[in-house]
Design a protein around this ligand. Structure first.
Ligand code: B1M
Length: 210
């Protein structure tokens, strides 16, 4: 089994003590950070499929998530560069009712490396919290909403609508997460959608520097 396969297998099993060490070993062996990240994402995909099939339950998903987060910590310095430019402040959060944060954290990390100052509101973020953060922070140029559950798509729609109707200006609102589609993003009035963390950073820079 290659180091990358080992990383994937141990994320699947939720081995949070071993995963960071395996990620480091994979880096030391010359594996590309993006490939290692993809292996962990694929591992989480397997976890999701097993959950759907009723083979595992919420606690197993949680320990796999912890293992991936520990692996990402080791990977972070290798994924996130320092752009040396300032694109303003990005307020980011996972929408109300939704507790998934790994994807949101990856998006925040990529946005930070592109030149945004990050104000991370965490998970289960109400519209009110988004609005307060936009008001309370200087030079907010981007608001990013993440959502992983089909059941919280209405919350994303509501937050985007309320942010747009708030009268606050000077920023773009972008959305993403597994159940979000470009069509849905357009329908709810978001300024942009991206399928993953890397493309979110590209999109954000394009919007803010246009
Ligand atoms: Co949850 N969960 N979960 N879960 N969970 C999913 C999402 C699910 C697909 C599993 C499944 O059934 N196959 C399913 C959702 C089905 C649906 O609605 N379509 C599901 C469910 C049902 C649930 C519960 C309801 C289970 C229950 O209680 N019965 C429950 C809900 C709790 C809640 O939120 N209120 C629940 C709970 C949990 C845990 C807490 C146990 C845990 C999360 C821990 C954590 O995040 N700290 C968890 C996990 C780990 C998962 C899976 C297995 C993995 C998610 C993940 O981290 N993936 C997931 C199955 C899966 O994804 N295959 C699943 C890796 C991560 C890197 O990918 O988050 O997709 P992702 O992020 C991507 C893109 O989506 C994108 O970029 C990232 C990659 O670069 N992206 C953006 C994300 N946000 C973006 C914002 C952007 C742009 C791109 O803005 C511009």
């Amino acid at each position: 089994m290659s180091k990358i396969e080992e990383v994937k297998a141990h994320v699947e099993k939720g081995k949070s003590k071993i995963v960071p060490q395996l990620v480091q070993e994979a880096l030391d062996a010359g594996e590309a950070p993006q490939e290692i990240l993809q292996a962990m994402v694929d591992g989480m995909g397997v976890v999701g499929d097993k959950f759907s099939a009723g083979e595992i339950f919420v606690p197993e998903m949680l320990i796999a998530a912890k293992a991936m987060s520990k692996g990402v910590e080791v990977l972070k310095p290798h994924l996130a560069g320092d752009s040396g430019i300032s694109l303003g402040t990005c307020v980011i959060g996972t929408v109300a009712g939704d507790l998934h944060d790994i994807g949101k954290n990856l998006v925040a990390m990529m946005l930070e490396s592109t030149g945004f100052k990050i104000v991370d509101l965490g998970v289960d973020v109400s519209t009110e919290k988004f609005l307060n953060a936009i008001k309370e922070n200087d030079n907010v140029t981007l608001v990013t909403l993440s959502g992983l559950l089909s059941t919280t798509m209405p919350a994303m729609k509501q937050s985007v609508a309320d942010i747009k109707a708030s009268g606050l200006t000077g920023f773009h609102v972008i959305v993403g997460g597994a159940p979000v589609t470009p069509e849905f993003a357009k329908e709810i009035g978001a300024d942009g959608y991206s399928p993953d963390a890397g493309s979110a950073a590209v999109l954000a820079k394009k919007l803010v520097t246009a």
